[in-house]
Design a protein around this ligand. Structure first.
Ligand code: GDP
Ligand code: MG
Length: 597
């Protein structure tokens, strides 16, 4: 296809503003699928994505559109992951296109993720066409939202396309805008091959599939390709496009998007953002901007039923086939037994993996509190990364600790602003900016990630009745006064409950956990001390009193069903007891203690 007849674009939007609905409409309007083939939202193809309305893996669709100018265009629609955890993948997807449709719900207006995404599109030098969606709703205020887009984002919204993706109003207007307002790609077919690796996934029949955008040169079936980051080479078995089904083609030229299949064993060998070149005629340098994705949030995952350990290992390795950004290694805990320490791109990523393990692999798991990655500077001069509080070396060996910070953008209706500012301050936030757009406030804060992985998002949602929107990006490391708090039961540390916090928050958090454990650990025949400590210094303490021999005695006769319940509960608890000194504690107590809410 000649370059001037190609348009590569992505759709960016805040969650629920209608990105997937619009994508489906475009696919339908271009006749790529019959109505019967249009299952619910073609592009969001994982169950969890569909239920939560988020896009996790980038997908692409090639459409053909006969425009009003009489020419037939090839439109490559690149779906981008819509969540901050996948910010790096978003930036790579955007780098594969020349333009973006910015979808804004005309009844809601600009939200935090709208901004985060649009700034990324601007960074990628995209031409941006604003689309006002949901104009069928009585609450739609297209004029107000246009003014808001101009004021907040600073792009011209006068010619915004007003549509309803749901009822199909003005989909033609979107297609014409793509053709007339977005630029065609550029690139030289005679230069050495430079293709960007946009995404990869594991297909049960074909093995690893790689999604590519050709920048220069041609990618042919039978060629030997080379990954420029690692130097690894592979023979290309198949080249094709998504229409949206996989259709083989002979080759892909500059400006085109498609897939290759090259007998690669694991997606871990396919780094998003890497440059693919021809082994026989390699490009001199790689495309700019490549960085491997690194997990920023870690937690332990343990099977509730110890017999499930092998099954967990097997399931994790299967998930990893499709998601190279997720990491795991075996871990042993005195409190929770055998499990894995797992690394994720963010909290949502963590939740998604956990949910897939329980849903697709039928595993009951317990997760320890999420922890960020700390940089330790040791007295010896060495530096270490710490992602498990239980592994913290003796503080006397550590010269300093650095923690990761983020820059968060929070948009919230006026009346909830006070509560949001208080929350940010409590979490050691530093205000960087505060502006108003109509009656919505936009607060920009720098915050330690450590304080955000600890239930920040849930608190934000509940304080603002769900009206706040939130987005963040990583913003470097800074030295901080951090301590490891251990939780001890009768002087024995419970590894799974150890956590790292700022010194100022250590006492209140330690106290909260002790109080909680006091509720959860059944009384025994002797006293049990529960303590929170920094090193050898105890900062909080609770005592569980001793129990008289007859447990049921405290029920004072009367209620027989309550007695039975108590006995049953004891029996259940016995199933998995953990020994702490002379104290036997049912594992269920730890599980409950970890379920902080
Ligand atoms: P995404 O999260 O941006 O992909 O949003 P979806 O496409 O999943 O849409 C979110 C919700 O908005 C769904 O319930 C859609 O049916 C609804 N929706 C999308 N477009 C329109 C529209 O034009 N009008 C109305 N009334 N609802 C819409
Ligand atoms: Mg969607």
């Amino acid at each position: 296809t000649p370059l001037d007849l190609i348009r590569n674009f992505s759709i960016i939007a805040h969650i629920d503003h209608g990105k997937s609905t619009l994508a489906d409409r475009l696919i339908q309007a271009c006749g790529a699928l019959t109505a019967r083939e249009m299952t619910n939202q073609v592009l969001d193809n994982m169950d969890i994505e569909r239920e939560r309305g988020i896009t996790i893996k980038a997908q692409t669709v090639r459409l053909t559109y006969p425009a009003k100018d009489g020419k037939m265009y090839v439109l490559n629609l690149m779906d981008t992951p819509g969540h901050v955890d996948f910010a790096y993948e978003v930036s790579r997807s955007l780098a594969a296109c020349e333009g973006s449709l910015l979808v804004v719900d005309a009844s809601q207006g600009v939200e935090a993720q709208t901004l985060a995404n649009v700034y990324q599109a601007i960074d990628a030098n995209h031409e941006i066409v604003p689309i006002l969606n949901k104009i069928d709703l009585p609450a739609a205020e297209p004029e107000r939202v246009k003014a808001q887009i101009e004021e907040v984002i600073g792009i011209d919204a006068e010619d915004a396309v007003e549509i309803s993706a749901k009822t199909g109003i003005n989909i033609e207007g979107v297609l014409e805008a793509i053709v007339t307002r977005l630029p065609p790609p550029t690139g030289d077919a005679d230069k050495p091959l430079k293709a960007m690796l946009v995404d990869s996934w594991y297909d049960a029949y074909l093995g690893v599939i790689i999604l590519v955008r050709i920048k220069e040169g041609r990618l042919k079936k039978g060629a030997r390709i080379r990954m420029m980051s690692s130097g690894a080479t592979h023979l290309v078995d198949q080249v094709g496009v998504f229409s949206p089904r996989m259709v083989p083609v002979d080759d892909l030229g500059p400006g085109e998007m498609g897939y290759i299949n090259a007998a690669i064993k694991t997606v871990a060998d396919c780094n998003v953002g890497d440059t693919i070149t021809d082994d026989r005629k390699p490009a001199a340098e790689a495309l700019p901007g490549f960085k491997p994705s690194i997990p920023v949030v870690w937690c332990g995952l343990f099977p509730i039923n110890a017999d499930d350990f092998e099954k967990l290992r097997d399931s994790l390795s299967k998930l990893r086939l499709n998601d190279a950004s997720f990491h795991y290694e075996a871990e042993t805990s005195a409190a929770l037994g055998f499990g894995f320490r797992c690394g994720f791109l963010g909290l949502l990523h963590l939740e998604i993996i956990q949910e897939r393990l329980s849903r697709e692999f039928d595993l009951d798991l317990i997760a320890t509190a999420p922890s960020v990655v700390y940089h330790l500077k040791m007295n010896s001069g060495e530096t270490e990364d710490l992602h498990n509080p239980a592994d913290m070396p003796d503080p006397s060996l550590i010269e300093s600790i650095e923690e990761p910070w983020i820059k968060a953008t929070i948009m919230v209706p006026d009346e909830y602003l006070g509560a949001v500012l208080t929350l940010c301050t409590e979490r050691r936030g530093i205000q960087a900016d505060l502006t108003y757009v109509g009656n919505r406030a936009m607060a920009v804060y720098r915050l330690p990630l450590n304080e955000v992985v600890f239930d920040f998002y849930d608190r934000l949602k509940s304080l603002t009745r769900g009206y706040a929107s939130f987005d963040y990006q990583m913003d470097g490391y800074e030295e901080s006064d951090l301590v490891r708090i251990s939780i001890l039961v009768n002087q024995e540390p419970v590894d799974a409950l150890a956590f790292i916090a700022h010194r100022s928050a250590a006492e209140s958090r330690g106290r909260a956990i002790c109080a909680r454990l006091k509720e959860l650990i059944p009384r025994q025949l002797f006293k049990i001390a529960i303590q929170a400590a920094i090193g050898s210094r105890v900062i909080a303490r609770e005592t569980i009193g001793a129990l008289s021999k007859d447990v049921t005695a405290k029920c004072y006769g009367g209620d027989i069903s309550r007695k039975r319940k108590l006995l049953d509960k004891q029996k259940e608890g016995k199933k998995r007891m953990r020994q702490f000194g002379k104290v036997e504690i049912p594992q269920s107590a730890f599980l409950a203690a970890l379920k902080m809410d």
